[in-house]
Design a protein around this ligand. Structure first.
Ligand SMILES: *Cc1c(COP(=O)(O)O)cnc(C)c1O
Length: 382
């Protein structure tokens, strides 16, 4: 089976992990700090905090943003459930705003509508906008930043798909109030499991460090009781163990050096698909926004006739092509339906979902494999 995505691990990565394993620190040691510094440097953000998972990173961002029970945030339905879940864990309630039909990204106009339609009694509860760079295409960052500023909201970018993407020539990572990356094996670079938040805000940075480590600090500047000795620590907030190991961070550091190469290779695969399917009337090809460059996490095609999707999916499976659907609109999952969200809430997202199939794209996908995929898909429409 050719998967829809796959990690690329080299001998250099193996050596990096082995080196960490032989060191004195297996977790929360110097490798984690080194990886964080490299991430911050890469994207031009002042601070980076590494976490055990991208989901943990998102959870920490919601914590740092101060979301609590009764608060609300606006987010996209066309994402992995973790984007909304992380806020729900803090007790907050997601408001889903519809996506743009061409990119699948949350639409700034729809967000603005949701804000102005909020009854006054709920207006003060709204705390954040959480956008997702679907498939690796950055959202309209300037619009969202302006909107967030105007309404006094915190703007969090779930860039799990977009490490390596650019917006108006600038790298993703330092452009939102907080930016999340995931290092799951299907993402731009991997640490096995892992994630990070990047920010320029020192207060949020310190809150996230606290949250990652049970809410415990040993930082003399932050301790309530002074001069207790070097062993002394305080638990100041309810946190979790969301730490990244040094083996993971070492792998991440090694992978980050190859990020540019990985993204170029994904771009080559995308270009070949674009070329191969340019005259295919039954397919809507992905759209790379004019204001940025995609990290090409996914190659999402849409079927002009969504009724054909079960057939197309089955045929691809039989041909050994591991396609995947991204995503079921979050509010249509049974858990969210039980909370009261209804079908029809975001028509574009539902239409997008109904017609979407992600076909394989990853740096080591060979020309032979790709030609095979192209041939099989073309045959389906003959
Ligand atoms: C992968 C992903 C996450 C979660 O990241 P993990 O590292 O798997 O926890 C969150 N949001 C989006 C959009 C993702 O693709």
């Amino acid at each position: 089976m050719i998967p829809y995505s796959h990690q690329v691990i080299g001998e250099d990565d193996l050596r990096a992990v082995a080196k960490a394993l032989r060191s004195d620190w297996l977790t929360q040691g110097p490798e984690v700090l080194r990886f964080e510094k490299a991430l911050a440097k890469y994207s031009g953000a002042r601070y980076a905090v590494a976490f055990s998972h991208g989901t943990a990173a998102l959870h920490a961002a919601f914590f740092a943003a101060g979301l609590k029970r009764g608060d609300e945030f606006i987010t996209t339905p066309l994402t992995f459930a973790a984007t909304a879940n992380a806020g729900v864990w803090q007790g907050a309630k997601p408001i889903f705003a519809d996506v743009e039909w061409d990119t699948g990204n949350i639409n700034p106009h729809e967000v603005e509508k949701k804000i102005s339609n909020l009854p006054r009694s709920r207006r003060g509860k709204l705390k954040a906008i959480v956008a997702v760079d679907y498939s690796g295409v950055p959202v309209r960052l300037d619009e969202f930043k302006k909107m967030a500023h105007k309404h006094n909201l915190i703007f969090i970018e779930d860039a799990a798909h977009a490490l390596g993407a650019t917006y108006k020539g600038k790298k993703i990572g330092a452009l939102a109030d907080m930016t999340m990356f995931s290092f799951h094996p299907v993402k731009s670079i991997t640490t096995g499991e892992g994630g990070a938040i990047l920010t320029n805000n020192k207060e949020w940075y310190e809150k996230m460090l606290l949250f990652r480590n049970h809410g415990i600090t040993k930082n003399p500047k932050l301790l309530k009781k002074k001069n207790q000795g070097k062993w002394y620590y305080e638990m100041q907030a309810l946190g979790l163990n969301y730490r990244m190991t040094d083996m993971q961070a070492s792998l991440g550091f090694s992978q980050l050096k190859k990020l540019t190469k990985f993204i170029s290779a994904r771009r080559v695969v995308a270009k070949r698909y674009m070329q191969a399917f340019r005259n295919e009337k039954n397919i809507i090809l992905p759209y790379e926004a004019s204001y940025g460059r995609s990290a090409w996490h996914l190659f999402p095609i849409r079927l002009v006739n969504p009724k054909k999707r079960p057939f197309v999916f089955k045929k691809l499976q039989e041909a050994g092509i591991g396609a995947q659907v991204h995503y079921i609109p979050v509010y249509l999952h049974p858990y969210y339906k039980k909370l009261g969200y209804k079908k029809g809430l975001c028509p574009n997202a539902e239409r997008f979902y109904a017609s979407e199939i992600s076909i394989p794209i990853f740096p080591s996908l060979s020309i032979k494999e790709q030609n095979y995929i192209i041939k099989k898909i073309k045959e389906l429409f003959e």
